[in-house]
Design a protein around this ligand. Sequence first.
Ligand code: IMP
Length: 427
Amino acid sequence: MPALVLLGAQWGDEGKGKATDLLGGSVDYVVRYQGGNNAGHTVVVGDQKYALHLLPSGILSPGCTPVIGNGVVVDPSVLLSELSGLEERGVDTSKLLVSGNAHLITPYHATLDKTTERFLGKRKIGTTGRGIGPTYADKINRVGIRVQDLFDESILLQKVEAALDFKNQVLAKLYNRRAISAQQVVEELLGYAGQIEKYVADTTLVLNRAIDDDKVVLFEGGQGTLLDVDHGTYPFVTSSNPTAGGACTGAGVGPTKISRVIGILKAYTTRVGAGPFPTELFDEDGEALRRIGGEFGVTTGRNRRCGWFDAVIARYATRVNGLTDFFLTKLDVLTGWERIPVCVAYEIEGERTTELPYNQSDFHHAKPVYEYLPGWSEDITKAKTFADLPRNAQAYVRALEEMSGAPVSAIGVGPGRDETIEINAFL
Ligand code: IMP
């Protein structure tokens, strides 16, 4: 079983770093296929906590080759500062591979991201402000700058000038901002080139060969299914495809090569930024989930919006990703509630539906229909097997499994590397 995809089944922040890292020791390649430094993975190794934004979490596992695929957008300054931060802590980063076809986030992309959000006012998306959307827009518009362009100064200048021709008009005339100098951008980018060159590779070739050689390749999604630009709650989404198909386009690997697609599912739901969220809580339960679950963004530090588990979303994630199984995270956060509401359907203008509505307005008006499952009060963080869990916690997991349409293969019962119950080994 050489190629697996691991992705968020909700709105991101499901605890993917922990899941990827759990596999890290036995995985040969960990590949990011979309997104950029808008992601935030917290990985706890022993008493050390690492917050990664751009680098694949496999970078923390010796023996594993971390790969940044063609579908990722790379901010070179962030790449280099994450690398040096890890090196200072003794992590060997020399194996990293970066696709020459990945697009670069330049300073003007971040500027445009922030100014556009300000311009949108009430209608803003609540982006991370990292330049993700404008960089993907340039890619699709065919005016993007790729990693490989760093190594040809005259091409780089031509491309940056072409991109800024239009953008400077927008910045100056629409947003009332100063125009950006192409020469300055090029100088900044060239300053990174020498340090990045050694990592650049034909990652598609490397990965396909690895799969053919029966190596274990793990594709690690950033964000989550409901933030997918095609399948998420558009327009309140990120600008890439975190769903399983994105692993194929974002890494150059065909769908027939992928053998397992694991959805990371939090035992409740969170969301960052704007957009509909049917089970969102505005009361002390929401506050408690945020406090106990530590629901503050790794990337932006923003409070995450919190709510009960939504089985409609989980089922949808199973469908659009072809999920084979789930990694259920943060079950320990639910300890202490007498009964736990779980959303099993929506009511939309008096009609009950168990499927996610494709119509945006319907989704904005969806009211959660709850079933109440009995809670537990015992500490579950020391549980090593499913049988160690209190009966009600077991029943909660089984109910979620039933409602979500795929089996649960692992359960997170605490933030540490070893605080995980494996039911069905991933490898
Ligand atoms: P962008 O990805 O910065 O363009 O932001 C678009 C939307 O995706 C916003 O609602 C962000 O809060 C959300 N988002 C982006 N990355 C993450 C993530 O890693 N976790 C959760 N939400 C994210």
